[in-house]
Design a protein around this ligand. Structure first.
Ligand code: GTP
Ligand code: SPV
Ligand code: MN
Length: 604
């Protein structure tokens, strides 16, 4: 029985049924009964079935499940991800492109009959609080119970989404089939002009939880450009100050560069004593829209966290770990067979002696240590309900969203980029966003540790021409005027001559947030340098870590090396000219002006 009478939904569903030819169709209403039945079904599949999920220790990890994906299917596949717009130029130089009709023609035979002998699940969901004017509705069709259970954590899933939609045609049509999980036939395709996403031959998170990167970033960024708002790869956090005021900050870092960690940080002792508190609104995606008062408001369109497991521990990210203790799904981590719990590198220093590697191979706690082998995949993940997070913001479900005071960019940069600096203005801030670059991580397939440009941490997620996207940033700034958030850049990853991180990071990043908030409040001065405003020596609070961050180290952390910056600017000019403009990226003239200005500053 269908859950809606919306003719647009029903027509599309009928078409997809005719195409995929499932034996059975199940509408997901979001009820606990239905979820329990699906969990029972997926956990009772025979061992060796690639779709199987396992119950973990239900005393220690109540409601928690475990799943492993195929070895060739453990991360996003950027080379197989497409933006299909009618005009190639509208996809721009950062995207793979194919003509929509050609792509539909190519994929249709692959979906034809793909669900024979299987069940099709139809999942209505809301991105953002159901009552929020910023929220949007999606419907995902899938043949995977793993996807249904993940969507239940990651979105507001169920009938309420259809109630909100009414008879409107404004919903994103998401079609997923795991098919044969054949990497040669894997496609992650966005059709922004049709509000449509087609994903096939994968069963890994970012490729199949279509609400996430496919909708909430690729499709939503396109919608935002047309409708006057922004979809960004940003965490959202609130810092409550001792005077009771909460300031909200958004931060964009590339995949696996510290968003979840910053979003949930626990301030150092001294700050806690003074009465500071940090609240999480989101850890990965922000939708930003000007409010009636002219300020920029953010909602987190998601309802859970799809976080990197390795490196997560009670010290590095207590709140993330706590969020995974019930009703969570673990993917591609290792199993501790002694008590049927989970383990990953960086959880603690005691890998289990009786373990199952993420690949499913049992080990005796010795062999796996050979040559960089890891028990858990470096991109293994937890899917955890936001409601579990001890520091979840009281504004998490707010329909209006939270007003943003600061936007922060960052990436993994071993040199050049200082610990923190502030842009001269919004246009310069947009330039700084366009200049984000980072070392690649295990979040996407391909080489790890390679330096690449990742503008606004959105390189894999901008659903249209990157030049138009930068223009949209400039337009939003013009609209917000003096109410626009201040823009900053941070770098937790600067290294010394011996290759060690100079900044302790994690909870100590509060010290940098503190400076950022004081800049927004206008209560701290800064040094005007060639590249932007930098903290004056002594203004980053190091009380409690003076031994680790000596004045010499702080000088290095805040250094603006003229030679390195001259190289940086030359590389940016090359990047704009060769990688973007020459390949059809419509770069706004204002951004070239910033480049000229910084170059002139450096030559002064
Ligand atoms: P996605 O979910 O892929 O978008 O990643 P993310 O940006 O949320 O990254 P996450 O917070 O999961 O961090 C990924 C890795 O970065 C962790 O395993 C940490 O080891 C490392 N990391 C995070 N914050 C810091 C920091 O302040 N300093 C250092 N040195 N490493 C950090
Ligand atoms: C990222 O890669 O930025 C993630 C994980 O947050 S995924 O959902 O796979 O995109
Ligand atoms: Mn992400």
């Amino acid at each position: 029985m269908s859950l809606t009478t919306n003719p647009n939904v029903l027509k599309w569903v009928d078409e997809m049924i005719a195409l995929c030819k499932p034996d059975k169709v199940v509408w997901i209403d979001g009820s606990q009964e239905q979820l329990d039945a699906l969990t029972a079904e997926v956990t009772s599949l025979p061992d060796g079935d690639p779709n199987k999920m396992y119950y973990l220790n239900q005393e220690k990890l109540p409601g928690c499940l475990y799943h492993r994906t195929a070895e060739n299917d453990v991360a996003r596949v950027e080379d197989r991800t497409f933006i299909c717009t009618r005009n190639k130029e509208d996809a721009g130089p950062t995207n793979n492109w194919m003509d929509p009709q050609e792509m539909y023609a190519k994929l249709t035979p692959m979906y034809d009959g793909v669900m024979k002998g299987q069940t099709m699940y139809i999942i209505p969901y809301s991105m953002g609080p159901v009552a929020s004017p910023i929220s949007k509705i999606g419907v995902e069709i899938t043949d995977s119970i793993y996807v249904v259970l993940n969507m239940n954590i990651m979105t507001r899933m169920g009938k309420a989404a259809f109630d909100r939609l009414g008879d409107s045609n404004d919903f994103v049509r998401c079609l997923h089939s795991k098919a044969d999980v054949d990497p040669e036939k894997r496609y992650i395709v966005q059709f922004p002009e049709d509000n449509t996403i087609w994903s096939i031959n994968s069963a890994y998170g970012g490729n199949v939880i279509l609400s996430k990167k496919c909708f909430a970033l690729r499709i939503a960024s396109f919608q935002g450009k047309n409708e006057g708002w922004m979809a960004e790869h940003m965490l959202i956090l609130g810092v409550q100050k001792p005077d009771g005021e909460t300031k909200y900050v958004c931060a964009a870092f590339p995949s696996a560069c510290g968003k979840t960690n910053l979003a949930m940080l626990i301030p150092p002792e001294g700050y806690l004593k003074d009465g500071y508190k940090v609240f999480t609104v989101g850890d990965d995606i922000a939708w930003l829209k000007p409010g009636e008062d002219g300020r920029l408001y953010a909602i987190n369109p998601e309802n859970g966290f799809f976080g990197v497991a390795p490196g997560t521990n009670a010290k590095s990210n207590y709140n993330a770990l706590a969020s995974t203790m019930k009703n969570a799904i673990f993917t591609n981590v290792a199993l501790n067979n002694a008590d049927n719990t989970v383990w990953w590198e960086g959880l603690d220093k005691n890998p289990p002696e009786d373990a199952t590697e993420w690949t499913g191979i049992k080990t005796n706690g010795k062999e796996w240590t050979a040559e960089g082998k890891k028990l858990a995949h470096p991109n293994s993940r937890f899917t955890a309900p936001a409601a579990n997070c001890p520091c979840i913001s009281p504004e998490f479900d707010s329909a209006a969203g939270v007003p943003i005071s600061a936007i922060v960019f960052g990436g993994r940069r071993a040199s050049t980029t200082p610990l923190v600096y502030q842009s001269f203005d919004w246009t310069h801030g947009t330039y700084i966003g366009s200049a984000v670059s980072s070392e690649t991580t295990a979040a996407a397939t391909g080489a790890v540790g390679v330096h690449r440009h990742d503008p606004m941490a959105m390189k894999p997620f901008i659903g249209y021409n990157v030049g138009d996207y930068w223009q949209h940033w400039l337009d939003m700034g013009a609209k917000l005027g003096d109410k626009a958030p201040k823009i900053f850049n941070v770098n937790w990853f600067k290294k010394d001559e011996n290759g060690n991180f100079m900044w302790p990071g994690f909870g100590d990043n509060m010290r940098v947030l503190d400076w950022i908030i004081k800049r927004c409040d206008g209560t701290v001065e800064a040094d005007e340098t060639a590249i932007g405003y930098l903290p004056k020596m002594g203004d980053i609070n190091v009380s409690g870590i003076e031994d680790e961050v000596t004045p010499e180290i702080m000088e290095k952390l805040l250094a603006v090396d003229k030679n390195l910056w001259t190289q940086e600017i030359a590389e940016m000019r090359r990047y704009y000219d060769e990688d973007i403009a020459a390949k059809g990226g419509r770069i706004p003239a204002d951004l070239y002006s910033v480049l000229d200005k910084i170059e002139a500053n450096l030559n002064k």
